[in-house]
Design a protein around this ligand. Structure first.
Ligand SMILES: NC(=O)c1ccc[n+]([C@@H]2O[C@H](COP(=O)([O-])OP(=O)(O)OC[C@H]3O[C@@H](n4cnc5c(N)ncnc54)[C@H](O)[C@@H]3O)[C@@H](O)[C@H]2O)c1
Length: 448
């Protein structure tokens, strides 16, 4: 495997990054549309049936040194990432169907493609999940663990993880499960001691996603959150993450409408154009859309989608341009569209002397096609973080904010939402850990 050899060579240079030897086990919570598109996609790429389009780790490059040096290795050759051939999947779901059945239900990928990798997909069967309908009202599943309290359920997950550790050298867990109801941090989330007491007493502030995160981090396994749930965005998880050198990141994959928003909004700000209103609406017919049709789950998503503009446009710094924006986000469950979401944006902007203009965006996207490569990049980079001396013990991996709608940051630090700043942060972090010069884009050196 060429990539592997390159990786080991590269890491030897710094000796601060352990090489990606052996199997990387990816533990996916929630084997629905995104997860099956990820798993089937990786297998299709491995078999040479398709290309990993949309994956920054597989297709992206990192420029090194001056523009005149022509050094732009692929990201996967520049840093020692796990090779896709070394990736092994497992996961949990409340529905017992194997990955072929789940992918067929999700209807994201063509039947022909699924048939061509059918035995592989059939070999992955969901482990029984930790689930409570109180937290996701629209779902009813049977493949569910039983236990006296939340601590027992956490112990069962830890046993699943230990079992998987016997088959793989390294592990990463990623939440691709449904969006849970809106919860706010409470006393139970403030410390490990309080959280463990809460597991014993079945504290209602502890949602299933938190039990998975607790189990992963307790086992030293990095955890990524693809949904807008609190999950690891809590002091207890940050404590556990640092204590056990298990990196965390989240939350909520940045895919369709928010991706476009975080491209357009920085452009308006960079050119000092005002925004008076931004109306975003979606029609979506997959199971995610059905879950988000419940007002309590939608509230969690809404918070995640709304935060973006305020942080990018900084109305307190530019009150004349952005103080009174009317920002509205809607998601409408509309079954005929399935996973092929349509996202409309109407943006009211204003220019020189306050003259108004409008922009309309109609993004006919495919939700899981956009999310799957992001999920792949996140797990590969989290595994890298775990193997990197400088990153493994810091808890939140802010350099991965590029992939998220609501990037996690430590208390008191505002998140960076601008996609291009996030992209630079990601690549500069990779340059930094590999001992390469950071790129500032100053460029004066070319004019000496
Ligand atoms: N597709 C995107 O573009 C995108 C973007 C951002 C965020 N997300 C989020 O990613 C998540 C997955 O999206 P999806 O389209 O795959 O949804 P989906 O409904 O197809 O899949 C979610 C799966 O999670 C399972 N699940 C729910 N609770 C669980 C639990 N406690 N344990 C184990 N399994 C559980 C469900 O049974 C379901 O199979 C959602 O939260 C969604 O909001 C998706």
């Amino acid at each position: 495997m060429a990539t592997h050899e390159t990786s080991e060579k590269t890491s030897a240079g710094t000796s601060k990054i352990q090489p990606a030897n052996g199997k990387l086990g990816i533990m996916v919570v929630g084997l629905g549309a995104v997860a099956t598109t990820l798993i089937a996609g990786v297998e299709a790429v491995r078999k040479g049936l398709a290309k990993p389009i949309g994956s920054v780790t597989q297709m992206g490059t990192v420029r090194l040194g001056k523009r005149t040096e022509s050094r732009t290795p692929l990201m996967k050759d520049f840093v020692p990432l796990a090779d896709l051939n070394d990736v092994v999947f497992t996961g949990w779901d409340i529905f017992p169907g194997n990955m072929f059945e789940a992918a067929s239900t999700a209807k994201v990928l063509d039947k022909d493609l699924l048939q061509s990798i059918r035995p592989f997909l059939e070999s992955i069967k969901p482990m029984p999940a930790v689930f409570d309908q109180f937290y996701v009202k629209r779902l009813h599943g049977t493949n569910v663990k039983q236990g006296k309290n939340k601590r027992e359920l956490a112990d069962q997950l830890r046993a699943d993880i230990r079992e998987f550790k016997k088959k793989t050298e390294r592990q990463v867990m990623i939440w691709c499960g449904s969006t849970e109801i809106f919860l706010e941090p409470s006393a139970v989330h403030q410390s490990l001691a309080a959280f463990e007491k809460g597991l014993e007493s079945n504290d209602p502030g502890i949602a299933p996603s938190q039990i998975y995160a607790y189990a992963a981090l307790s086992e030293g396994v990095p955890f990524a959150n693809g949904a807008p749930n609190l999950t690891v965005d809590l002091p207890v998880m940050q404590e556990l993450s640092k204590k056990n050198n298990a990196p965390i990141c989240g939350k909520d994959f940045k895919t369709g409408q928010t991706l476009i928003k975080t491209v357009l909004a920085p452009a308006f700000k960079a050119r000092m154009l005002g925004v008076s209103g931004w109306y975003s609406t979606n029609i979506l017919g997959n199971r995610d859309g059905e879950v988000l049709d419940d007002p309590e789950s939608f509230k969690t998503k809404e918070e995640s989608k709304l935060g973006v503009l305020d942080y990018i446009l900084q109305p307190e710094l530019y009150p004349d341009l952005y103080k009174d924006i009317y920002h509205k986000v809607r998601i409408n469950y509309y079954p005929p569209r399935g996973d092929n979401k349509e996202g409309w944006d109407n943006i009211d902007i204003f220019g020189w002397l306050g003259y108004p203009m409008q922009i309309k965006v109609d993004f006919l996207c495919r939700d899981s096609i956009l999310a799957a490569p992001i999920a792949l990049d996140i797990v590969l980079l989290l595994d890298l973080a775990k193997r990197t001396e400088e990153l493994r013990g810091i808890g939140i991996q802010e350099w991965l904010s590029f992939f998220f709608k609501s990037p996690m940051t430590p208390e008191g630090l505002y998140p960076e939402h601008d996609l291009f700043i996030q992209s630079m942060k990601l690549k500069n972090t990779l340059r930094h850990i590999q001992g390469e010069e950071l790129i500032t884009h100053l460029g004066l050196e070319y004019y000496d």
